[in-house]
Design a protein around this ligand. Structure first.
Ligand SMILES: [Ca+2]
Length: 509
C-alpha cells in the first residue's frame, strides 16, 4: 500500500513535475551554454556589418539582449579566458600572460574558478575547444575536448567535430544542470602556426587538395573590395585581403554556432539554457588584440535567456565587463561566491556584477576596468584602464619602452604591409604611425562623445583636468581592491608590511 507521500510522488511524476527527464520541456533545471570566439569582433550582421553573412549570430540576437558597450578586462587570450572563468582580473588571478609553451602563465593554485565552484555545486561542466588556461586543478571540467587532449584545429575549428562533441556532451548529461563552454578557435589568425591553411585558417577544411573537408561547412568567400575596413586598419589591398580571409573564418564559426544551438534545441534544452556569446579579446589588427584601446577591448556580447523574452532583440548601452560573466553564471545557478583569501588576509571579492537584472530592465552601469601586463612572456607592457561613460582613460605604466608586437601579428599581411610601407616612405593609409604606435604617452584620455576613433589624447587638456583626476582615483581604488601588484608602478615600490603602501622611487616618472 502506498503512503500519502508515495501517492503524491506518483501523481507528480504523471504530471511530469518531479524528476523531469532529460530534455523534457517541463524540466525546471537551469543550464548555461557559454560560446566564446577567439579574437572575434564586430564582424556580424547584428553589429551592423552589412557585408559579412552571419545568419546564425543574427538569429541568436533575435532571442538575446545585445550589448554594444561590452569590454574584456584584458586583451590577450589566456589572461582573458582566466578572467572570464574567475571573475578576477589577470593581475589578481595570476594569469599574467599566455599559458602555452615558454610563456607558461597559470592562475594561482587557490583561485576559486567558475568551473570549480559549479563542480562543487553539483553542476555538470564541459569544455569543447580552446582551453588555454591552467592549472588543471583550478579549471577542472567533467567533460573536456581541448588542445590538451586533441588537435586544437579539430576541436576549435572543425565545426562538424564540434557539433558531434556537443551532441556527446548533451547525451551524457543526467538530471543535473550543466554548464557547457564551447570555445571556438575561429576566427584566430593562423599565419604564425599553420600558414598552409591561410592567414586565418580560412582554407582549413574547405575540401580543396590538402585542406581537408568539414562536411557541415559551406565556405563564404569575400572579395577584398567588399570588406568594411575599420577605422583602425589601413585601407590598402594587403589589409583588405587579410580582412576578407578573416570574414570567411568568421563565417565558419557562425555556421558552427548554428550547429551548436541546433544540438541544444534537438536535445530539448532550448528553453532551460542561458546562452552567452562573446569573444576573448579584440581582433588581431593594429590597436586591437594586446591593446587596451577600444578595438582591443570592445567585444560582442549576446545574452539569450529563455526566461527573459521581454528584451529579446533590444540593444543595451550599459557598460559591461567580461568580469561580469562569472557573477552572472553564479547568479543564474544560485551558487554563492565563497569567502576566501589568496595571499594574506584580504578576502577575495568579485568586482563584477550579475548581468541578469539587465535582461529585464536597462541598467545605468557606466564603468568598466581593464588590466593588462603581458601577452607573450617577452611582452611586458603593463597598462591599466577605466572606461567611464564616454571617457576612456589608459595608464601606460612603462611607456618609455616600445610597445611590443606579438609573433602572430608580426607575420600578418596587415602588419607586414605597415612595416614595408613605413620603411619605403610610402603612405600607409593608417590612422597612426609606427612611431606613435610604439611610443605612447603615459596617460591617455579619449572622449568618445567627440572622438569615437580615439584620435586625440586630451589627458593634458585643462578642460579635462578634473575628469582625469577622478578617473585616476577610480582606477587606483580598483587596483587596491583587486590586490594589483603593479599598484605603485612606475614611480613607487609596493611594500606590503606592516600595511600595504607605496614608497616613492624618485625616478622622475
Ligand atoms: Ca584570443
Amino acid at each position: 500500500m502506498q503512503s500519502p507521500v508515495q501517492k503524491c510522488m506518483v501523481a507528480l511524476l504523471l504530471l511530469g513535475l518531479c524528476n523531469a527527464r532529460k530534455g523534457d520541456p517541463t524540466n525546471r533545471s537551469r543550464n548555461v551554454l557559454l560560446i566564446v570566439a577567439d579574437d572575434g569582433g564586430f564582424e556580424s550582421g547584428v553589429y551592423n556589418n552589412t557585408v559579412i553573412k552571419t545568419p546564425n549570430l543574427d538569429a541568436l540576437a533575435q532571442r538575446s539582449l545585445i550589448f554594444r558597450n561590452a569590454f574584456t578586462s584584458v586583451s590577450s587570450c589566456s589572461p582573458s579566458r582566466a578572467s572570464l572563468l574567475t571573475g578576477l582580473p589577470q593581475h589578481q588571478n595570476g594569469m599574467y600572460g599566455l599559458h602555452q609553451d615558454v610563456h607558461h602563465f597559470n592562475s594561482f593554485d587557490s583561485v576559486q574558478s567558475l568551473p570549480l565552484l559549479l563542480n562543487q555545486a553539483g553542476i555538470r561542466t564541459g569544455i569543447i575547444g580552446k582551453k588555454h588556461v591552467g592549472p588543471e586543478a583550478v579549471y577542472p571540467f567533467d567533460f573536456a575536448y581541448t588542445e590538451e587532449n586533441s588537435s586544437v584545429l579539430q576541436v576549435g575549428r572543425n565545426i562538424t567535430r564540434i557539433k558531434l562533441l556537443v551532441r556527446k556532451f548533451l547525451q551524457s548529461v543526467d538530471e543535473k544542470p550543466f554548464f557547457l563552454y564551447v570555445a571556438f578557435h575561429d576566427p584566430h589568425r593562423c599565419g604564425h602556426s599553420q600558414p598552409q591553411y591561410g592567414a586565418f585558417c580560412e582554407k582549413f577544411g574547405n575540401g580543396e587538395p590538402g585542406m581537408g573537408w568539414i562536411p557541415d561547412w559551406k565556405p563564404e568567400l569575400y572579395h577584398p573590395d567588399q570588406v568594411q575596413v575599420p577605422y583602425f586598419v589601413q585601407d590598402t589591398p594587403a589589409a583588405r585581403e587579410d580582412l576578407a580571409a578573416q570574414y570567411t573564418t568568421v563565417g565558419r564559426m557562425d555556421q558552427g554556432l548554428g550547429l551548436v544551438l541546433e544540438e541544444l534545441r534537438h536535445a530539448g534544452f532550448h528553453n532551460s539554457t542561458l546562452v552567452i556569446y562573446t569573444s576573448d579579446n579584440g581582433i588581431p589588427f593594429p590597436s586591437g588584440r594586446t591593446n587596451l584601446y577600444w578595438p582591443g577591448t570592445a567585444e560582442p556580447l549576446l545574452i539569450s535567456s529563455p526566461e527573459h523574452p521581454s528584451r529579446w532583440g533590444q540593444v543595451s548601452s550599459a557598460y559591461i565587463s567580461l568580469l561580469d560573466i562569472t557573477p552572472t553564471i553564479l547568479d543564474w545557478f544560485s551558487v554563492p561566491y565563497p569567502r576566501y583569501s589568496l595571499f594574506g588576509k584580504r578576502i577575495v571579492q568579485l568586482t563584477g556584477k550579475s548581468l541578469l537584472p539587465a535582461l529585464s530592465l536597462e541598467p545605468k552601469w557606466r564603468t568598466v576596468f581593464a588590466s593588462q601586463s603581458l601577452h607573450e612572456v617577452t611582452m611586458h607592457y603593463p597598462m591599466r584602464a577605466v572606461q567611464h561613460g564616454s571617457l576612456h582613460f589608459i595608464h601606460n605604466l612603462q611607456n618609455r619602452t616600445s610597445f611590443p608586437i606579438d609573433q602572430d601579428f608580426y607575420v600578418s599581411p596587415t602588419f607586414q604591409d605597415l612595416l614595408n610601407r613605413t620603411q619605403a616612405g610610402q603612405p600607409t593609409h593608417w590612422n597612426k604611425t609606427l612611431r606613435s604606435y610604439y611610443y605612447r604617452d603615459r596617460w591617455e584620455l579619449y572622449d568618445h562623445s567627440t572622438d569615437p576613433t580615439e584620435s586625440h589624447n586630451v589627458a593634458s587638456d585643462p578642460r579635462y583636468a578634473q575628469a582625469l583626476e577622478e578617473l585616476q582615483r577610480m582606477l587606483l581604488k580598483w587596483q587596491w581592491e583587486t590586490s594589483d601588484p603593479w599598484v605603485c608602478a612606475p614611480d613607487g615600490v609596493l611594500e606590503d608590511k606592516p600595511v600595504p603602501r607605496c614608497w616613492p622611487l624618485h625616478n622622475e616618472l
